[in-house]
Structure formats: C-alpha cells, structure tokens
Ligand binder design. Structure first.
Ligand SMILES: O=C(CO)[C@H](O)[C@H](O)COP(=O)(O)O
Length: 261
C-alpha cells in the first residue's frame, strides 16, 4: 500500500471518509469503481471489521468485487439484493446539474445499472472533476464487439449533427489490444471537448444498434462529495452546497494508506 501523501490522494480520502458517514447498519450499498471509490471501499472495510457494521454490498466491477471480498465486506449480486439504498462511486466529470461523465475506468455499464437500481447515487470526487460543461474528458461509449468498426463509423457520423466541438472517436486499448469490459464489450472514447446537449447526444448514441451504453450519467446523481487535500469537504446537491471542516481529531485519525488500486 502507498501512503496517501499526494494532495490528490488526500482529497479522495477525505471525500470517501465524509461520504461513509451516510452508511448505517442494515443498508444495501453499491460500490463504485476507480481510485476514489477504492478509498470508500477500503474505509468501509475498516468499519465492517472494527465496528461490525452490517451492510450488504453489490460491486460495479470485478476489480471492486475482489477488493471488497479481500476486506471482508459482505458481497452479493445486484439480483440477490434487488434494490440498493445508496451507491457511492467516482466520476470523471461533474457539471452544475450533477450530470456526469463516467467510464474512465471502463466500468460504466455495471456502474449505471447499479446506480439506477439505488435510491441514491452519491458521487465522490475532488474539485478537478468539476466542470461548467461536460466533454473535456473523452466520453466512453460501450459497444458490442460484433461489427465494432461499423459501429465506430456510425458513431462518428452521428457526431456530425451533434452539438459538440470535437469529432475524434478512438477504440480504447489495453497494451496494444482492444480493452474488453467485464461484460465482454469494447469501449470507444469520444473526444468531443464540449457537449452542448448531453441528453440529445445520449439519445442519438443509444439509437445506434451496436451501442450498449454511454458514460453520460444524466439525472442520476443525487449528491456530490468534493474532498480537498486540506480535509475541507463540500457537498453539492441540486438545492445547493454545504461546507464541512474536519475536527483536529478527524484530521489526525484515519487510514493514511492508499488502497491497492
Ligand atoms: O467511472 C469510473 C470507472 O468506470 C470512475 O468512477 C471514474 O473513472 C473516476 O475514477 P477515479 O476515481 O479513479 O478518478
């Protein structure tokens, strides 16, 4: 494990630790994917081990499931739980309406299924992910492997009529090979720079037969917890924003080791 000494890791740690206060015994909890969500999973594992916190969790990727299992967090399939009280996940971008781009870590499909089967989705992040308009982060789009080049062409053509600034579409690679998701699909990354109308773009992309899902999470997130390296935390929802300053005791306590992610 690496010490959480970098400012970026400290911001993730504080966001995750603040969000964890929302978890109570008896809850069914969705566990997101990515380096920020990994902090949450690690801290949740500590509460399960130390306090005997009784939660039933569903993971959004094999990576997260492996980590949760190692930490002794009770893990179930989404179908076994049926519905979740809350899901905690990271994001690649968050706009003022709490619309998101997700999928930088390749888990967008399971992440969206789990988040939309939850009463609440809480996003854990730091201020670097806050944007006025989505699109600087390449938009991940999960596609089936069959006919993927044709799908790529159709996606590229569809961008001509969309309110976006860039039109580049690339197949995500993992060491020179196409990246394959947990569901056995490929991912196209759309280099759009600015997405003027996220809902229209999402509908356009989902109308293409080979497209399984997009990384646009629209009207799904309920709140965003934004950590900072100093420990200050902001929580945004559609009503406004609240600020939290940690006590000295809170600043001193807690794990300083990053999860192996
Ligand atoms: O959507 C995701 C994975 O598919 C992640 O939540 C997103 O990429 C943010 O990751 P990180 O917390 O590592 O910045």
């Amino acid at each position: 494990m690496q010490p959480a000494t970098s400012p970026a890791e400290r911001a993730k740690f504080y966001a995750a630790r603040h969000a964890l206060k929302e978890v109570k015994s008896g809850m069914r909890v969705g566990l997101g994917t990515g380096s920020t969500a990994a902090w949450f999973v690690k801290l949740l594992g500590e509460r399960v081990a130390k306090e005997g916190l009784e939660v039933r969790c569903a993971a959004t990727s094999t990576r997260t499931a492996d980590m949760a299992r190692e930490l002794g967090i009770p893990l179930f399939s989404l179908d076994e739980l049926g519905w979740l009280d809350v899901t905690f996940d990271g994001a690649d971008e968050v706009d003022p309406k709490l619309n998101l781009i997700k999928g930088g870590g390749g888990a967008l499909l399971q992440e969206k299924i789990v988040a939309t089967a939850s009463d609440r989705m809480v996003v854990l992040t730091d201020s670097s992910k806050e944007v006025d308009t989505l699109g600087a982060f390449p938009l991940p789009v999960e596609i089936v492997r069959f006919g993927w080049e044709t799908t790529q062409s159709l996606v590229t053509e569809a961008l001509d009529g969309a309110d976006v600034m860039g039109h580049g579409v690339s197949l995500r690679k993992d060491r020179d090979q196409p990246y394959v998701t947990d569901e056995g699909h490929y991912i196209l990354d759309l280099h759009l720079r600015r997405i003027g109308k996220p809902r229209a773009l999402s509908n356009t992309l989902l109308n293409i037969a080979g497209v399984v899902e997009t990384g646009l999470f629209l009207d799904i997130a309920d709140s965003v917890v934004i950590g900072s390296p100093s420990g200050e935390v902001r929580v945004r929802d559609l009503e406004g924003e609240a600020h939290f300053t940690p006590s000295d005791e809170e600043l001193e306590s807690g794990s300083i080791f990053s999860p192996d992610y």
